[in-house]
Each structure stands twice: as structure tokens, then as C-alpha cells.
Design a protein around this ligand. Structure first.
Ligand code: AMP
Ligand code: MG
Length: 261
């Protein structure tokens, strides 16, 4: 949080957002590695996952029900482009080749934090653990000889669970449109932004991704949420290490190939 929060003006991320459009900024190896992973997923997803979404994303304030109007979106949208992030591995620097660009790691950093927590526990000799950071969960081993039973929240009924899934030694992340949102004129504005439009992604309402790497699982749940059912499943089915559970607009459940009965 100290390093990657967009709300803390002293964080490394805030420094990058202030300076990287003017000059190459030297960053820590840890932030550099996470930016590299984010860029990998941006390429893999054809820009559905794009940390520069923030160039328009910061114009939304879900608590105060504020959203950018069409002309503001049109103006900011050219600054949403992961290809304008220039990472130099030899120098450990990041540079933005576009003015007005901002990045935000909200779609990937919690998964990364879960991964680091699991590594600490493992190093301390812990054999069985569940680490949860809201919608991002990582599991070490099983629970007393049985699989952990992880619940996926019902997207429209607050205290209900939509699905239970038994898991061991894996990670699961859920992205939903019910976490941070407001409704205006019957339209739901929420925190997952389609980089193509600058508007909230509305093809599905909940996406969970399962796999070994908590960082990837976090970023991929956000990715599939943007891509929607058809394209999202195509992406996950092409990646043998990951599975997905998607809830569509009619609250229908869909599973990737590896989860089919
Ligand atoms: P998650 O709950 O993991 O899906 O993450 C949602 C968060 O990801 C949002 O609060 C934003 O910080 C960030 N985000 C929103 N849209 C995108 C996007 N298209 N690509 C990458 N990150 C995004
Ligand atoms: Mg995510």
C-alpha cells in the first residue's frame, strides 16, 4: 500500500504518475517486476487489461457518484494505451510516451500482495493457510485433509453465495460490478473500465479466475470481466493453467473447459 497506492502522494506509484511523462523515472525492482507482469497481461489480452485505464479512471468517484461526461472521455481516451508505457529493464526505469497518462495497479496489486503473504507463510514453515484480500484469495495446502471450500459471492444478493468451489494449493480472484458502483438513470457505473470506451464494462456481472499464480489470477479476473463471456472464455480456454467461472447479465453460470463436468 505504501508503495503502490494511488491515494498516497508519497507512494512510488504516485511519483511515477507525477513524473514519468516528463522523464524516465528510476523505480524499485519490485514495482518494475509488477509493471512488467501487467504489461504482459495487457499484450495477452489485447489491451482489455490496461493499467493506463487510470488516465480516465481517476475521473470517476464512486462514493460521490461522479463520472466523466462524453467530451471528457473523448479527450482522455488517447492516454489510455499500455503501449505508451516504456519499461527499461537495464536501467530499471519507467517512462510514459504520452502526456496526461496515469497508471493504477488496482486490478493486480492485491493478488500480488496475496502471493507475497503466502511466500512469507511458507518460509515460516506454515503448511496450510488461506490468505484473503477481499476478492483475492490464495491457498496453501488443504484444510485439515480436505479441500478449502471457497465461496463466490452472489452478485445481486448481498449475503448469498452463488457457487462453492473446493480448492487446494491454488488461488482464486473474483471481479464484480457490485463492489464499487453507483446507479445513475438506471445505468450502473462501476470500477472496472473498458479501455476502449472509458465507460464501465457491462458484458457480465462477476468473473472468478482460478490458477496457481495469485498475481495472474487477479489480473485475469479483471481482464475477463472486460472481455465478456465469449471472448473471455476463449482467452481462458487458450491458457491451460487457468480456469474461469463467469456470471452473465441474466445471472447464468458459465464455466471454462477444465471445470466442465
Ligand atoms: P478487480 O477487483 O481485481 O477486478 O480490480 C478492479 C480494479 O482494477 C479497479 O478498481 C481499478 O483499480 C482497476 N481496473 C479497472 N479497469 C481496469 C482495466 N481495464 N485494466 C486494468 N485495471 C483496471
Ligand atoms: Mg482482478
Amino acid at each position: 500500500d505504501q508503495q503502490m497506492s494511488p491515494y498516497k502522494t508519497q507512494s512510488e506509484l504516485s511519483l511515477v504518475n507525477r513524473e514519468a511523462a516528463n522523464k524516465a523515472v528510476v523505480i524499485s525492482a519490485e514495482l518494475f517486476d509488477l509493471l512488467t507482469t501487467a504489461q504482459h497481461i495487457a499484450k495477452l489480452s489485447d489491451g482489455a487489461f490496461d493499467i493506463t485505464y487510470a488516465s480516465i479512471g481517476y475521473q470517476y468517484n464512486y462514493r460521490d457518484k461522479i463520472r466523466p461526461n462524453t467530451s471528457l472521455i473523448t479527450k482522455a481516451l488517447p492516454a489510455v494505451d499500455y503501449r505508451a508505457i516504456d519499461l527499461n529493464k537495464a536501467q530499471l526505469t519507467v517512462r510514459f510516451t504520452h502526456q496526461g497518462m496515469k497508471i493504477d495497479l488496482g486490478g493486480i496489486a492485491k493478488g500480488y500482495a496475496v502471493k507475497r503473504c503466502l511466500a512469507l507463510l511458507e518460509k515460516a514453515g506454515v503448511k496450510h493457510a488461506l490468505v484473503s484480500a477481499g476478492g483475492d484469495t490464495g491457498l496453501l495446502g488443504d484444510k485439515h485433509g480436505r479441500a478449502w471450500l471457497v465461496g463466490i459471492k452472489h452478485p445481486r444478493a448481498e449475503h448469498k453465495t452463488a457457487v462453492h468451489i473446493p480448492l487446494e494449493n491454488e488461488a482464486i480472484s473474483t471481479s464484480g460490478d457490485y463492489e464499487r458502483y453507483f446507479i445513475d438513470d438506471g445505468v450502473r457505473y462501476h470500477h472496472i473500465i473498458n479501455p476502449e470506451t472509458g465507460d464501465s464494462a457491462r458484458k457480465v456481472v462477476s468473473v472468478s479466475v482460478i490458477g496457481n499464480d495469485p498475481t495472474y489470477v487477479d489480473a485475469l479476473s479483471t481482464t475477463v470481466f472486460v472481455k465478456g463471456l465469449k471472448e473471455g472464455l476463449t482467452l481462458i480456454n487458450a491458457l491451460p493453467e487457468f480456469e474461469a467461472i463467469i456470471i452473465d447479465n441474466q445471472q447464468g453460470l458459465h464455466y471454462s473447459q477444465g471445470l466442465q463436468p
